[in-house]
Design a protein around this ligand. Structure first.
Ligand SMILES: NC(=O)c1ccc[n+]([C@@H]2O[C@H](COP(=O)([O-])OP(=O)(O)OC[C@H]3O[C@@H](n4cnc5c(N)ncnc54)[C@H](O)[C@@H]3O)[C@@H](O)[C@H]2O)c1
Length: 325
């Protein structure tokens, strides 16, 4: 099959493209390269540099494609609170134009990179897919908005759409050739590894007085290659005529910030002093996925544990101390 991967020059998209190519699928990438990296683009893929809201670029990129994996978007919570309009534009309005173009080309099949941020502050954990959706930031709200658009396209035009709600994504391509390069980096594993690599004396953890065993926030981490396998399964399902749906993608296991720091220290053999800073607004104490639906219906499982994620992210960090060129 041939798949279009939007955002295929970014962190999750580039790993997914390589996984799909290795699995024998042809792949086209559509990316503005605004936050992505040409160096992350696999040479076996076809690259169209353009925006998901640009009808001509999407029409070109869709040529011969059976389905779309939509990873493109803006991902920074704090930025979304400063510029909510931009987030709704890039994460919902422009992708809506892409859907209309897909409809015109009769490609009504899509897998969407959504997020656990659509749930907001959890009422109960682990969080299953029927948990109320009540995002507490504009990033989560913009992703939820597009989820709803997909539902209406299913109702009206019979689109087959899979919405995948990722928890905390970490890790890298295992040989360290593809990895996370966000600017600024807000994700905890690369930030800890960066502090350790650059010999900084301390690493600030946001809040130490949560109702968790060690007082720091607990999160569910999922390896980016496990995510890529889920993408492949979801794409094959809907491109092969199967039904869409909504699935959490997390390991189902929680680690506190302090446990993540310890795992990083074990893997790197380096240490960093933890400084407990104030809580960050809107940070829930515990986010944990119930992943039973993905295991049953997609026959997917999270294979890599936290140490594997950290060790692959460390390999990437050592290969690329300054990110991509
Ligand atoms: N990284 C995580 O932990 C995480 C967690 C939950 C959900 N997600 C979702 O996964 C997706 C990918 O995240 P990532 O970490 O790889 O982000 P990323 O910033 O590394 O990649 C996003 C890519 O999309 C491209 N892009 C942005 N707007 C575009 C547009 N309008 N048209 C074409 N290309 C555009 C960027 O240039 C970039 O290459 C996002 O949709 C995000 O919401 C990520």
């Amino acid at each position: 099959m041939r798949f279009l991967v939007t955002g295929g020059a970014g962190y999750i998209g580039s790993v997914s493209v390589r996984h799909l190519l290795d699995a024998g699928h042809d792949t086209t990438i559509l990316d503005t390269l605004e936050r992505g990296h040409r160096e992350a683009v696999d040479e076996r893929a076809r690259l169209v540099v353009g925006d998901v809201g640009d009808v001509a670029a999407v029409t070109d990129a869709l040529e011969g494609c059976d389905a779309v994996l939509h990873c493109a978007g803006l991902i920074e919570v704090a930025e979304s609170m400063r510029e909510p309009g931009r987030y709704f534009d890039v994460n919902a309005c422009r992708p809506l134009r892409m859907l209309e173009t897909m409809r015109g080309r009769e490609v009504g099949v899509i897998v969407f990179s959504s997020t656990a941020a659509v749930y907001g502050e959890p009422e109960s954990v682990p969080i299953d897919e029927d948990h109320p959706r009540a995002p507490v930031n504009a990033y989560g709200a913009s992703k939820l908005h597009f989820e709803d658009v997909l539902e209406w396209f299913k109702e009206a035009y019979g689109f087959r759409a899979v919405r995948l709600r990722y928890f905390n994504v970490a890790g890298a391509w295992p040989d360290g050739s593809l990895g996370e390069a966000h600017e600024p980096e807000t994700h905890v594993v690369p930030r800890i590894l960066d502090a350790m690599a650059s010999g900084r004396e301390s690493f600030e953890v946001y809040g130490g007085d949560y109702e968790t065993p060690d007082g720091t926030c607990v999160r569910d981490y999922i390896h980016v290659v496990d995510l890529a396998r889920a993408h492949e399964l979801a794409l094959e399902r809907v491109a092969g005529g199967g039904q869409g749906g909504v699935f959490n993608l997390g390991s189902g296991e929680g680690f506190s910030n302090l446990e993540v720091v310890s795992a990083c220290a074990r893997v790197t053999g380096r240490d960093v002093e933890v400084e407990i800073g104030p809580r960050r607004q809107g940070d829930p104490a515990v986010l944990l996925a119930s992943n039973g639906r993905a295991r049953e219906e997609l026959e997917w499982e999270a294979r890599a544990g936290l140490e594997q994620m950290v060790s692959d992210a460390w390999a990437w960090r050592q290969e690329h101390p300054d990110g991509y060129a």
